[in-house]
Ligand binder design. Structure first.
Ligand SMILES: Nc1ncnc2c1ncn2[C@@H]1O[C@H](COP(=O)(O)OP(=O)(O)OP(=O)(O)O)[C@@H](O)[C@H]1O
Length: 376
């Protein structure tokens, strides 16, 4: 959908911001650009909507060379979200969101109706539409920034450190919201961040840049974590590369044992000690230690049931927290399907973690080919 072919950007002062970049960004994916400050991420992003023009090479969107498109028309098909939202301070929230539809000549009523729809889509109360940007929190303003970028339903969304200025809790909420929106909208998203954890959470692909505007590696997060191209990438991914890999691996492949009977005749751990108490619908409610002085009357200890889509990292955490040393597994409706023992979780997590560990040696041996072009 978006393609860079041998693209370079040199500024008049002699700075090379982007150096011979070849990269394909697939339609409907989130591609995250990461790297240290000044490595050319923003320049790369801005070349997509021609806010910066390439010195050489070709950038195309939807198969069309952007230099052949009318810049204003091109930008209307590309949503743009920046840090601190960049809202117009003297316009209401609804009018901010309606900016592009109004430019497109939709008419006031239709543009406002669309803005109201988007306000809801990004999780803001309808009443906030009449307010002004300074009357909203930083996180709410970012949501408005996303709504404004989506207003004309553009196929492409450029996001330049959109969540960089909000606190970690709000940031996580905004990341979750973006993933939820993306599962519905399937935009082609280019997302710039400094934060590798954000990149791993959000990216279908991560492109890592090095100072001087060189793209070093572009790959899906799990592949990047398991096989960094060189020491620079391994270093950028951080010492906890193995744990990050566990956060991306799911429980789906980890076998489970049949769920224990809840009627007092069976136990979950095979010793007869721990019983997993469920509701009438079969939802796990808590662990009961039948060996204690209270026996069958013992108070329930907390259980955090996990689905197949939950991560191995969550499973590891729950296996350590669970008093029974067992992870309760549930289906999409929250109904108990079985249990998995701590040992089995540890064995799977250990195997996955080792994949990241083993490739440390590989990364050290690897000699990156400076002439190689990287495709997503
Ligand atoms: N208009 C300009 N004129 C001259 N040099 C520029 C200009 N814009 C950017 N640069 C330089 O180009 C290089 C890449 O800048 P860019 O903003 O793309 O990096 P970045 O990776 O987005 O950095 P950051 O993470 O700090 O935002 C930097 O060295 C920057 O100083």
């Amino acid at each position: 959908m978006i393609s860079f072919k041998h693209v370079s950007k040199h500024y008049p002062n002699g700075t090379t911001a982007v150096d011979d970049l070849s990269l394909e960004l697939p339609e409907g994916d989130i591609t995250v650009l990461v790297g240290s400050s000044g490595c050319g991420k923003t320049t790369t992003l801005r070349m997509v909507n021609r806010m910066v023009e390439p010195s050489s090479g070709t950038v195309s969107v939807g198969g069309r060379d952007i230099l052949e498109a009318d810049a204003a028309e091109l930008r209307r098909g590309i949503g743009y979200v920046i840090q601190q939202a960049g809202l117009f301070p003297h316009r209401t929230i609804l009018d901010n969101i309606a900016t592009v539809p109004l430019l497109l000549g939709w008419g006031r009523r239709k543009a406002r109706a669309r803005a109201a729809e988007l306000l809801e889509l990004v999780g803001l109360p309808a009443g906030s539409g009449k307010r002004y940007p300074h009357q909203l929190s930083g996180g709410q303003q970012q949501r408005v920034g996303v709504a404004r970028a989506l207003a004309a339903d553009p196929p492409v969304l450029l996001m330049d450190e959109p969540f960089g200025a909000v606190d970690p809790v709000v940031r996580t909420q905004l990341q979750n919201e973006l993933l939820r929106l993306q599962s519905e909208l399937r935009k082609t998203v280019v997302f710039v961040t400094h934060d590798i954890d954000e990149a791993v959470r959000l990216g279908d692909r991560i492109a890592i840049f090095r100072t001087g505007g060189h793209l070093v590696q572009c790959a899906p997060p799990a592949e990047l974590l398991a096989s960094p191209a060189d020491d620079f990438v391994a270093g950028f991914l951080g010492a906890e590369r193995g744990l990050k890999l566990l956060s991306l691996s799911t429980l789906a492949d980890v076998p489970q044992e049949p769920a224990p009977a809840d009627d007092g005749t069976g136990s979950a751990d095979g010793t007869g000690r721990w019983r997993l108490v469920t509701s009438g619908r079969g939802e796990p409610l808590g662990w009961r230690d039948t060996d204690g002085p209270d026996g069958d009357e013992a108070p329930l200890l907390p259980v955090r049931p996990l689905r197949d889509t939950d991560s191995l990292l969550s499973a590891l955490d729950e296996s350590l927290a669970s008093p029974a040393g067992l992870v309760a597994r549930v289906d999409a409706d929250g109904v108990l399907t079985g249990v998995t023992g701590r040992d089995r979780i540890h064995e799977h997590a250990g195997r996955r973690h080792a994949e990241a560990g083993r490739t440390n040696a590989k990364a050290t041996e690897a000699t990156p080919d400076p002439d190689a072009s990287v495709t997503a």
